[in-house]
Ligand binder design. Structure first.
Ligand code: F0G
Length: 459
């Protein structure tokens, strides 16, 4: 008997398509030069397959689009806000909701409320906007992720875990009073979309309880993290994603959310907390920075689409197909011997630019260079996540992160398996000619979050 593979496929079909522009090599060369070798500065019409980010780039469902028509565009007390509040309570379990225009809006408000000058904020690896808001509020970030997370080759199942010894040392050194909260991301973005385990979260909860320290959850990709728990953690094999998500949230005291990722909308976010005092302060500050506390920078229709998207995001079939597509691409890259971060993450494939271009030093921006070369080859747009993204310390010195990566981020429900094949083949072609690739020189550097607008020249 022949063995017939049992494939899975997406739990949806396509109702509308967006036509893409195909470009020639000559057009791409011109476009890249005009963009200063920074993929953030390309026009989207110059891009064929856009893997810059999974943020705000998802395809909404027919039900979400129907929700858009149900927008209650009242300045105050919109019906969509109350529905969103109900969904956040039901799905995530957080008591109080402050809507914001996107994740960093929530980070700003939270940092302003909880952080005082000289405070320390330990976290399981930094994220660009999160750390910057902590620093702007006078705090200092300390990395407490396990060492395995900094090693692209290490195949540990939960590379998002916190090293509790590192945390204990920090508590001992600074004292719990100077630590307003621990910042915990699910599906750690900068580590390659790596999950934290329930076991680690429970231990972290026990330790922080002892010291009276809050845990604030960056829940941007919590459902993807839950999928890895279901696949890999003992005892969760038959637990629905929805239950795992709620359990994760239950070990934390509040959350910032960029709904542009997991929650399947093009714009939106929130801050959610269990503590009335923090809520009261946040409800006051949101009016200053975002908008009234019942819209926080979003239209009523956006809140409705988000409420529906949150429900869809914790569906088992959805999340299996979503992460499954990322894993398909990662395995295809591995079959071409392209060096990637292992295990394959939840929201994208992260190519190890240090290994890919070992002849370049970190000051020649290997990941920035590789992202540019991939665009030149095929019009696929990716993102640098290395020394450029890491930026500079408060004292002006460069951060030199161990990870020098190019992120191939997969938007949710947008591209097909054939697109994944094209992406992997393009990367393999660039890999074949890697020895001939020269690095870059930075010729313009903005002060904050430089990766967005920096410009480069070929060396
Ligand atoms: N936290 C994480 C883990 C993120 O990945 C992001 C955004 C934010 C917070 C900020 O949210 O963009 O809604 O203000 N990440 C995007 C990315 C930009 O491409 O990874 P935002």
């Amino acid at each position: 008997m022949t063995y017939i593979k049992h494939s899975w496929a997406e739990p949806y079909k396509i109702k509308m398509v967006e036509l893409l522009q195909m470009t020639t090599a000559a057009q791409r060369k011109k476009a890249l030069q005009a963009a200063g070798y920074n993929t953030f500065l390309l026009k989207s019409k110059e891009v064929y397959i856009d893997l810059l980010t999974d943020s705000g780039t998802s395809a909404m469902s027919d039900r979400q689009w129907a929700g858009i028509m149900m927008g209650d565009e009242a300045y105050a007390g919109s019906a969509n806000f109350f529905r969103l509040e109900e969904v956040v309570r039901e799905v995530y379990g957080y008591k109080y909701l402050i809507p914001t225009h996107q994740g960093r809006g929530a980070e700003n408000i939270l940092s302003k409320i909880l952080i005082k000058k000289g405070d320390i904020i330990p976290g399981n690896m930094y994220f660009t906007t999160t750390r910057l808001h902590q620093e702007l509020a006078g705090g200092k970030f300390e990395d407490i992720i396990i060492d395995e997370a900094h090693d692209p080759e290490n195949e540990f199942s939960f590379k998002g875990n916190v090293d509790l010894n590192k945390l204990e040392r920090i508590i001992k050194k600074y004292g719990a009073k100077r630590i307003p909260y621990i910042s915990i991301a699910t599906s750690v973005n900068m580590a390659g979309g790596q999950p934290i385990s329930i076991k680690n979260l429970k231990e972290l909860r026990a330790l922080t309880k002892k010291h009276g320290i809050r845990i604030i959850h960056d829940m941007t990709r919590v459902a993807e993290n839950a999928f890895f728990i279901q696949q890999r953690e003992k005892g969760f094999n038959h637990t629905p994603i929805k239950e795992i998500v709620k359990q994760i949230c239950s070990y934390t005291d509040g959350a910032t959310m960029s709904a542009k990722k997991d929650a399947l909308v093009n714009i939106g976010g929130f801050l959610a907390v269990n503590d009335w005092d923090v809520f009261e302060e946040a409800r006051n500050l949101v009016v200053v920075y975002e908008g009234l506390h019942t819209y926080g920078g979003m239209a009523g229709r956006d809140m409705e689409a988000m409420a529906i998207g949150i429900g869809e995001s914790v569906n088992d079939d959805h999340i299996r197909a979503r992460v499954g597509q990322v894993i398909y691409l990662g395995n295809k890259m591995l079959s071409y011997h392209v060096p990637i971060v292992k295990p394959i993450g939840g929201h994208g494939v992260f190519v190890d630019a240090k290994k890919f271009l070992p002849h370049l030093t970190q000051d020649q921006y290997p990941a920035q260079t590789l992202a540019a070369e991939i665009y030149l080859d095929s019009g696929v747009r990716t993102m640098e996540r290395g020394v450029v993204s890491a930026g500079r310390k408060a004292n002006g010195e460069n951060y030199y992160p161990k990870l020098e990566l190019v992120r191939f981020t997969i938007p949710r429900r947008v591209y097909t398996q054939a697109h994944m094949d094209v992406i992997a083949e393009s990367t393999a072609r660039v890999y074949e000619k890697r020895k001939k690739i020269n690095g870059l020189k930075m010729i313009y550097e903005p002060r904050y979050l430089r990766f967005f607008q920096a410009r480069f020249e070929k060396l």
